[in-house]
Write a protein that binds this ligand. Structure first.
Ligand code: FES
Length: 125
């Protein structure tokens, strides 16, 4: 194994298992970014996993008012409980609400077999 590959493995975190979340389900996790721990959310949307930092681009606070509740009732969109911003689960783009045109900060994922890993970032923002 090369040194670069070893470094990459050391900068990711196991955040879930493929069979753990059904469509429309979510799970919060903590990821290291620079010298800070940030809260993020892992979601299953139509069988594909996506992850975003749990920070609304409107005011910069967490999206969920009820713990771990991110999806709209119909399971189609991610929502911010504070002022109702609506986000596309596949891109994090805000399509309606006070931050329309902005987007959730994505967290890169790698899936190996049943394991879902999130990439840690060097950026501390
Ligand atoms: S804080 Fe999310 S819409 Fe205002």
């Amino acid at each position: 194994m090369t040194a670069a590959k070893e470094k990459k493995i050391g900068k990711r975190k196991l955040v879930g298992q493929v069979g753990e979340l059904a469509h429309g389900a979510s799970k919060k996790f903590i990821i290291r970014s620079g010298d800070r721990d940030l809260e993020a959310l892992l979601v299953n949307y139509e069988g594909t996993f996506f992850a975003y930092r749990n920070r609304c681009p409107h005011v910069g606070i967490t999206l969920d008012w009820v713990d771990n509740q991110f999806f709209s009732v119909d399971g189609r969109y991610l929502m911010c409980a504070n002022h109702g911003a609506v986000f596309e689960p596949k891109t994090g783009d805000c399509i309606w609400g006070p931050c329309a045109g902005l987007a959730l900060q994505s967290v890169s994922l790698e899936i190996e077999g049943e394991k879902i890993f999130a990439e840690c970032s060097d950026a501390g923002d």
